[in-house]
Write a protein that binds this ligand. Structure first.
Ligand code: PLP
Length: 419
């Protein structure tokens, strides 16, 4: 039975095993030995919790942290400060910054900044002059993703501007970086796309070198590159989805076969168990109908909690009744609830639930939506497949409403020593 959390009105909870996070970091290190690791903890650490994952990752030996938004970086810095972790031991890179962003605030909070365009550089230089703090920047090269990054065509002008800013003492070029778009695709085409990106990255690095810019750290690979493109590891790799124990592409390799263990388990208690008659429609639109008299269970989680509605009809769950029941969601996922099939019921039509044989599960029994498949529960991969998406979205979309409970939280309290 799940204990209800006294401080939360919500019955569902996501447990996050910090040992799994620490172990996955070690496993990923074995794929890129000798390379520094940046832990990617954007989007609330893919839904796992920004600060706990950051602290665990730092203690597991990553040398820096990466987030998308400046705001997340600021929140993270405040949390690390409060935990007594010095900025020099925990560089944070934030790579999204709009024109007019609070660059001065970012510099005061010791946030490293990504630079793709000369206008960003100008704004950062202005903040560096204003604060007297030299900005630590990572120059981003667009190698084929067409997202952020300077194209090879635009790069020389950026490099010239960076040189001037360096001479003025306004910036320090910490990194040169880019991102692979097809790192998880091991088909001939996918490999060719990655090879082309590596080649473009090399050309970009040459433009930097020719312009007299010497980045300290070159980095290109996220998890897929760590696993499948050793030729692209450079000085540092960015550990994202793999750190959370999930494969960047389960069709290429399942997490377990890569030695990874999912850190997050999502559970909720059954809030109702009852019998419905043959052909009873279930949930909005009546899209599923009971075949024969059946036991149905109700679960107090829904799309408002980030349970993807696209998982309606068929997403797997395990119900820990008196024996474990491997079953699935039936009918549409509602805003705050969904219904699971618990199997056939005894009795003739009109028999009350209480007289329909032994109920397969009781109110309060634990329903697990996803977790570590090695423990016999469904995986985020299966959820992703049912919902027509990727495991990243399954964990990341999990709502703030759901309390995160940390297992093995000694990772948060062990004495801190900088590496
Ligand atoms: C999200 C992200 C990563 C991490 O990717 P994973 O596939 O989760 O390892 C790394 N770098 C950048 C720029 C990203 O946006």
């Amino acid at each position: 039975m799940l204990e209800t959390t006294p401080d939360s009105p919500y019955q569902g909870r996501a447990t996050v095993d910090l040992d799994a996070i620490a172990e996955n970091i070690q496993v990923l290190r074995s794929y890129a030995p000798g390379r520094a690791q940046m832990a990617i903890i954007k989007a609330n650490a893919y839904g796992h919790g920004l600060l706990p994952v950051a602290q665990t990752a730092l203690r597991a030996g990553v040398t820096s942290l990466g987030v998308a938004q400046l705001t997340e970086a600021r929140i993270l810095r405040e949390g690390l400060d409060a935990a007594g972790i010095d900025p020099s031991a925990a560089p944070i890179l934030a790579w999204i910054g709009m024109s007019g962003a609070d660059w001065a605030g970012a510099l005061k909070a010791s946030i490293d900044l990504s630079v793709s365009w000369t206008w960003v550089l100008s704004e950062i230089c202005a903040a560096a002059r204003e604060t007297g703090i030299r900005a630590r920047i990572h120059l981003k090269i667009d190698t084929g993703m067409s997202r952020a990054g300077a194209t090879l065509t635009d790069l020389p002008a950026l490099v010239a501007a960076v040189c001037m800013a360096e001479e003025e003492g306004l910036v320090e070029v910490v990194g040169a970086w880019s991102h692979l778009s097809c790192g998880d695709d091991l088909s001939k085409e996918g490999r060719a796309a990655t090879a082309a990106q590596v080649n473009t990255f090399e050309q970009g690095l040459k433009i930097l070198a020719d312009g007299g810019v010497k980045p300290q750290i070159r980095h290109l690979c996220a998890t897929s590159g760590i696993l499948w493109h050793p030729e692209a590891h450079y000085d540092m790799v960015r550990v994202g989805i793999g750190m959370y124990g999930l494969s960047p592409n389960p069709l290429t390799a399942r997490g377990a076969s890569l030695g990874l263990r999912p850190a997050m388990t999502l559970c909720a208690p059954l809030s109702s168990v009852k019998v419905v008659e043959d052909d009873t429609p279930v949930s909005y639109g009546g899209t599923w109908r009971a075949k024969g008299r059946r036991w149905l269970g109700l679960v107090p989680l829904g799309y408002a909690d980030g349970i993807l509605r696209a998982g309606s009809q068929g997403a797997p769950v395990r119900v820990d009744g008196h024996t474990p029941i491997h079953t699935q969601i039936v009918g549409r996922i509602c805003m705050d609830q969904f219904i699971v099939d618990l199997g056939p019921a005894q009795g003739t039509p009109g028999t009350p639930s209480a007289s329909s044989g032994q109920a397969p599960a009781r109110v309060g029994d634990t329903v697990t939506l996803f977790g570590d498949p090695a423990l016999g529960v469904p995986s985020a991969d299966e959820w992703a497949e049912t919902a027509g998406t990727i495991n990243y979205e399954i964990v990341t979309r999990l709502g703030e409403t759901i309390p995160r409970i940390y297992l093995n939280d000694r990772h948060l309290s062990e004495p801190w020593e900088a590496r």
